[in-house]
Write a protein of this length. Sequence first.
Length: 449
Amino acid sequence: MNMKKPLALLLAAGMTLGLASCGNGTQGSTESPAAGGETGGSNTGAIELNLWSFNIGGFTDAAAWEPIVAAFNEANPDINVTVTPINYQDGDQKLTTAITSKQAPDIIFEGPERIVGNYARNDLMVDLGDLWESGGSDIAEGISSVSQLDGTYYMYPLSVAAHCMAINYEAFEAADALQYIDEETRTWTTDNFVKAMEAIRDASAAGTINITVPGIIYCGAQGGDQGTRALVNNLYSDYYVTEDGSSYNANSENNVKALQLLQSMVNNKSISANASFAAADELQAFANQTCAVTFCWNYSNYTQYAEQTQFTPFAMAFPSDDGEPELEMAGPYGFGVFDNGDEAKIEAAKKFIDFVCNDQTTGVEAVKTTGFFPVHSEWGDVYADAEDADLRAPFALMSNYLGRYYNLTGGWTEQRALWWPMLQAIMTTGADAQTAADDFVQQANANIG
């Protein structure tokens, strides 16, 4: 590893990498404990490992890791794992500081956007190919492909899910809009999406339902931008980046067609646009029944807004012209190992990752803590016996619609800051969709190198 490699790009990414989740679903506490955390042992002569964990799902503090570490120590009493929780508010800055001062943790728990697209790209990570050879045979190609860079595996995954949207079931029922969705598959076509939004608009105008606007295209900040990306890309079955992931594709014929459709829906009031909203604001409006759909939904939102939602949030895939959605991955989430030059620590770190991700007993519990689903297809439905199995079932279904993970395209952080202003210009000021999309792609592609 070239530890003298300039980290200017890493620092820039650390300052601007945003939440991968909708709203505040996986943010947890805004406080981070001091390095060293609360979990770990003190066995004399043991190998000491530091695990820094982003607050993904239920992994909001060190206590969530205690049963996992305890199970690992039963089989490996000579390895101590100390957990330091970090969050999405300042975790990237803390990692950058640790890396530049040569005090990087041994293990990081997050996703490929950071582990592969950021740290591995800066020559900071260990090759985990041996873990894939021994335990990755039942992990889907779409997940394995984003766990590597230039053919070398730098991340080993634990869980994965799909970003989706949701509707207010009772509002749709009262507006006679349920006819436009497939309740069994949770899918709908673009044409039926348009009809449903018009039905909600008309029912609201008639006073049949107490909904202010059918839906909101939030374009005031980048939070939850995966929702608006997925909406645009799915409407006419296109992609956000080119097939080889080498450049951005928002100005393609079908993506522009989707932007034009949404612009026309804003104009006829079957959907609205808000230049001051990010996903968290839109989610709150959905929970308050201000709007009848949200474009940024996941399982954690059920818990987050449970006391506010006096209706049934019904998870849905994004509409597509052929009725076959391709959803963005929520994650996958897993582990990477920083190359700190200590082979004993590297091997111990791999042993820990192998235990957490491949030991089915411990792995299932770790997956459940994330709130997502296992990457190992052989593990089946890990929530089948859970009290909330019915609530989780739609999200297991959404995982069947996973599309390509394109978050590793170069300039990813910079393009996120360009996406919502483009939407804002098209949806709130009436800018020409093709021109705005061309400008976005030109600027986004300029940052790839």
